[in-house]
Ligand binder design. Sequence first.
Ligand code: ZN
Length: 266
Amino acid sequence: MRKILIFILLSFVIFAFSLLSTAQDFPESSAQINPVRDKSLNGVKVLFSPQDNCAQEIVSSIDNAKSYVYVAMFYFTSRPIAQALVKAKDRGIDVKVCLDKEQPHYEYTKSKFLENKGINIKLIGGSGIMHNKFCIIDDYIIITGSYNWTVSADLKNDENLLIIESKEIARIYKEQFNKFWNGTFIDTCKYKDKNRLEKVPVATGVTLPIAKPSYKGKYVGSKNSNKFHYPDCKWAQRIKSKNQVWFNNRQEAIDKGYIPCKVCNP
Ligand SMILES: [Zn+2]
């Protein structure tokens, strides 16, 4: 009889504990989860633009930085985020920004603004474009996703953004960032698997004649930059027609304060 009583008591204790641990696994009942605000799951915040105000989330993460903010970004035009970085630097936070080497050619880029405000910038070139979009804060927070730090990413494009709290992942990202920063990152082109490249389907068949566009001058620059190009330079092609400034010769461009593009060497 006593044995049965002890057995029942033990079973009850085990049952009670199992209930408790289940409760710890799911601390929020579904009724408590706010579908809009509570997107934080196991230390990962999942956000989508344009609906989730990603820029504001990034700004508040930067505002809360205690020791450093390291950024590797392909395209950076966001004014509020650039201002948050400057504010962080001014309160003594170590701010470093890696951008793709072609970044100064882009319209609306914040690379000059950041440089003028004393932010440490490195332009990264290699086999391809530096297409990363990540930020590490204080050995603890990683911000990454398809989201470039641009106005378009925030207001127009469909992008995703993760804000991850993890010392381990931060360590891995910081290692990669340091390779960029110290110039020790490996040109991955040398390591590309040739067999894999051969498997990439190559378009065959009809080649459409490319219509030669007519240009309004021999060289072109942008109202938002001081570089001038041959009109067929890939950077010239990115200049919106409303921002184009045309020149008939080099001297005309130089006289107007423009300098030759380093890519097309006009
Ligand atoms: Zn050019």
